[in-house]
Design a protein around this ligand. Sequence first.
Ligand code: PMP
Length: 445
Amino acid sequence: MPDAISIDVPPNDLEAFWMPMTANRRFKKTPMFFSAAEGMYYATPDGRRVLDAIAGLWCVNAGHCHPRIVEAIRAQAGKLDYASSFGVGHPLAFHFANRVVEIAPPGFRHLFLAGSGSEAVDSALKFALAYHRARGEGHRQRLIGRQRAYHGVGFGGLSVSGIGWQRAQFGALLPATSHLPHTHDLARNAFSRGQPAHGVEFADALEGLLFAVDPSTVAAVIVEPVAGAGGVLPPPQGYLQRLREICDRHGILLIFDEVVTGFGRLGAPFAAQALGVGPDLITCAKGMTSGTVPMGGVLISDRVHDGLSQGPEAVPELAHGYTYSGHPLACAAGLAALDVYRDEGLFERAARLAPIWEDALHGLRTLGPVRDIRNLGLLGAIEIDGGDGAPGERARACAEVCLERGVFIRALGDTLILSPPLVIDEGQIGQIVDAIGSGLRRLAA
Ligand code: PMP
């Protein structure tokens, strides 16, 4: 690690920070810290250097502490720290929106800004409801998500999410939600490379649901083009196209939650482009600022925008927005991230590396108790056969071996999740699979 990275020491008392999505009591007995980062690497307080195989939390697409993004944030903080976007403007937010819209799929000419992925998802769901209401179809109130989906932790997003343990603590959530089946079909698709060949018919479950709930009451279907936190599940070939067809047939909006897939993860700005399917709303966050300053957004298709712009000119089109919508620091970071993505060709780099990444991951198949390997773009998952132990125990053990070998990966249940910064090189891909290989061999021994 270069000398520029200093070493930070955690306090002795760790009680006060109640960590999110974390087993706090366990963590605080065996804590683990990163105190600095640069490019592909974290540094620990005791000076170890650790390769980040998940880009922070699927977000640091340009690599950690990219100097151009750091400088843009620094300069902005000293110039305009904050300005509201409620009825007044600051130029940066408009510049940033123009730049995002430039790389968006055709027919998306407007961007709403929020402070996180969860806010982006809740915003998109509300826009769908408002769109139908503006057209005199206020009876369209049902929102359809999917099993194994992750759409953040707001009440809207959680209500259409499909990861049971994350919902269970919070009771009934929003009424009028339904869930499609997930598309993970181990029996037919294990070890598929890229989009699995089987499973287009999982989309037909939407017709089945509509039969039960009356299609004229449905506002929107929301899916992650590649389910992320549910275990990296690439969509079966033709699946998203078929969802689109069914939505069109019934006047239902299709929302792509691209919080993970947006900003280059699949080798194009958005999965909608990489996979050739046009939704009506696209949520994004994470890679939007390369993870540096919190920000989320909703790309709004002309159809939805025009539908919502029919009222009197003096009245806000949307009774919706956040204190931090269009925050100057986030916009500065986002503009710099877009410059880096463009000037360093990072989306193209992800596309070029994807087949190398695929080969590397699938080479792990025979090294240990592996049930499935999945990949698309620079996303990957190794699903481990959990054996007789507690759920997730073997995957966690494998991730620990990786960390001993200087590679940070995430174990989610029985699955190891991979989503490296797009600046990764072939040597670092090798380092990641070597570390996982060691973990798998240890499990096999
Ligand atoms: N949607 C998806 C697909 C996500 O993966 C996430 C976060 N991992 C979110 C929404 C929520 O984003 P945030 O944590 O920024 O609220």
